[in-house]
Design a protein around this ligand. Structure first.
Ligand code: SAH
Length: 247
């Protein structure tokens, strides 16, 4: 587990105090990379006040306009959610997630994404992720305070660093780097265009097709070479569709 390759991403946080509390929760566990997607009120004195001795985490935080920008260079993305969604994604608890994150940190950056205090993450945002993390709670009240949720997740990541258990085999021994989020987004755009060209996807009634395609490919995790091959197949398919139309 390389904690330096973990990036905590907060989406549209309303309360600067929560941002400060997140910085503290992270630093306590030895995690220092923070990204803030369009925070409502930031920088702010309340954030510094709640961060206490973790102001350095705030000072080095990266602020972006969109979630896509924040995770562009990440090879593995985990979204957190307090409740189940319409298209169920692979859903793990923080301990299981830490076990998936640990080998991924050997290769490149991993993002763990947290949502808005009032509404969490949108379905579109969750669909940018490889895995979904849910902290098991009482059925009576499933929504934790944002910084508390970050604390639980960072604690499990730290525990796995301190007590690594048996070495994980899969991803650590992969020969080609995994695709990052930015390239995956280009692929999904290209796939969608091609499916429209083929008249397999009707833009007027797309249903859940692209969500299901996203779920499929994020479950597999494409490496850079596999992604290039698929892009090549799409380009060739589009060429043939154009040719066939001319005839
Ligand atoms: N009402 C929102 C909850 C937002 S809580 C909703 O129903 O989605 C703010 C953020 O804290 C969430 O977006 C998530 O990132 C995190 N969080 C809170 N409770 C959580 C839980 N039980 N499991 C995982 N993440 C949680």
């Amino acid at each position: 587990m390389n904690l330096d390759n973990i990036r905590i991403v907060l989406v549209h946080t309303s309360h600067p105090g929560n941002i400060g509390a997140v910085a503290r929760a992270m630093k306590n566990m030895g995690i220092g990379k923070l990204s803030l997607v369009a925070p409502r009120q930031y920088p702010d004195e309340q954030a510094n006040w709640r961060a206490v001795s973790a102001v350095d985490v705030l000072e080095s935080a990266i602020v972006t306009e969109t979630l896509e920008d924040a995770i562009a260079s990440c090879q593995f993305v985990v979204g957190t959610s307090a409740r189940g969604r319409r298209i169920p994604w692979p859903l793990l608890d923080p301990r299981q997630c830490a076990e998936r994150i640990a080998p991924a940190t050997g290769h490149g950056e991993v993002a763990v994404v947290f949502g808005r205090e009032d509404r969490g993450l949108t379905n579109d945002e969750l669909q940018l992720c490889n895995l979904h993390l849910n902290i098991p709670t009482s059925e009576d009240y499933s929504s934790l305070n944002l910084a508390m949720a970050v604390q639980v997740v960072c604690y499990e990541l730290r525990m796995l660093k301190v007590f690594p258990g048996l070495p994980t085999r899969d991803a650590e021994q992969w020969d080609t780097p995994f695709s990052n989020s930015e390239n995956m987004e280009h692929f999904y755009t290209h796939l969608e265009e091609t499916l429209v060209d083929l008249e397999f996807l009707d833009p007027a009634a797309p249903r859940q097709l692209m969500s299901r395609m996203r779920r499929l490919y994020s479950r597999v995790r494409l490496d850079a070479m596999e992604l290039n091959i698929l892009r090549g197949i799409l380009t060739q398919t589009q060429k043939w569709v154009t040719k066939a139309r001319k005839q």
